[in-house]
Write a protein of this length. Structure first.
Length: 290
């Protein structure tokens, strides 16, 4: 699942700069006091899990396993095999636990296949999609999360800089992952879901759908009932950001009872990312591909 960032646009900030080389080689960019990089140790991963707990449980009323609720950390077995992208506010005094304000969980195909598969495969039928693209490596984006006071253009910008730089470094051919609508009644999001189904549905070699036993219809309104402008206004900002990058939407939604969300699958081939994003990120971050 993923929480949506309340920012109107996924706009590139011309004041963002790639970070200079560092001893770890994992810092992907900085804007002011904010920095995006990978988690370096188990302590930082635990701190990111605490941020996830604050958002998913504190705000969204997710129900996690008892041990997670007791420890006040959102965690599962995938945390041990994923890389964890962080946004850190260096202006906050104190330890790293207080400085992490946003996170993404990144899982490369080679790692997933060596450890039982992708997280999204619990909701969506991922395997046929991957088999149709033997020449591409896929990267899963998950557990996107930002603290309320940092849900700004700059934070989203840094998260995407990190995703892009990471994908270049590892030679990824496509990204995918779940994006979430709040609540477990798809009908409450009929306008937005219908618009996504009718305007951005995956097709041909990118076809992927929700698992049969979990499949919830997204095509809830007739075409003449859909006002595109109103549909976009009703859509979570992160989903709109994905669309601006050229993403497609999988066939069918899935209701996640534990996280109190309705999930759709985002599919984003690297080759179709729009030119303005490619030009910006490519110029600044090609150096991080090696």
């Amino acid at each position: 699942m993923a929480i949506e960032f309340p920012t109107r646009e996924l706009i590139l900030d011309t004041h963002s700069t790639p970070a200079p080389p560092n001893e770890y080689g994992d810092v992907f960019g900085r804007i002011g006091s904010l920095e995006t990089r990978l988690a370096r140790n188990s302590r930082e991963i635990a701190a990111a899990q605490s941020v996830r707990y604050r958002v998913f449980v504190g705000e969204m009323k997710a129900m996690l396993p008892p041990v997670a609720m007791h420890l006040k950390r959102d965690f599962d077995s995938y945390d041990d095999i994923c890389d964890h992208l962080l946004v850190i506010d260096n202006a906050i005094e104190g330890e790293i636990e207080e400085q992490i304000v946003g996170t993404y969980r990144l899982l490369r195909q080679e790692v997933a296949m060596a450890n039982g598969g992708f997280y999204s495969a619990s909701e969506f039928d991922i395997e046929p999609l991957i088999k149709r693209h033997p020449d591409k490596q896929f990267m899963e984006l998950g557990r996107s999360c930002v603290l309320p006071e940092y849900r700004t253009k700059r934070t989203v910008q840094l998260l995407w800089q990190g995703n892009w730089a990471y994908s270049l470094r590892h030679g990824m051919g496509a990204m995918f992952g779940c994006a979430s609508f709040p609540g477990i009644d798809p009908q409450e999001h009929a306008l937005a879901l219908s618009f996504l189904h009718q305007s951005s549905l995956v097709k041909d070699e990118w076809m992927v759908s929700a698992k049969t036993d979990l499949y919830r219809n997204m095509d809830l309104l007739a075409l003449e009932e859909i006002d595109p402008r109103q549909a976009l206004l009703a859509m979570p900002p992160l989903v709109k950001g994905y669309l601006r990058l050229g993403a497609m939407i999988g066939d069918g939604a899935v209701v996640d009872q534990a996280f109190n969300t309705t999930d759709v699958l985002i599919v984003l081939p690297i080759a179709v990312i729009s030119g303005r994003y490619t030009n910006h990120f490519g110029t600044d971050f090609t150096r991080f591909a090696s």
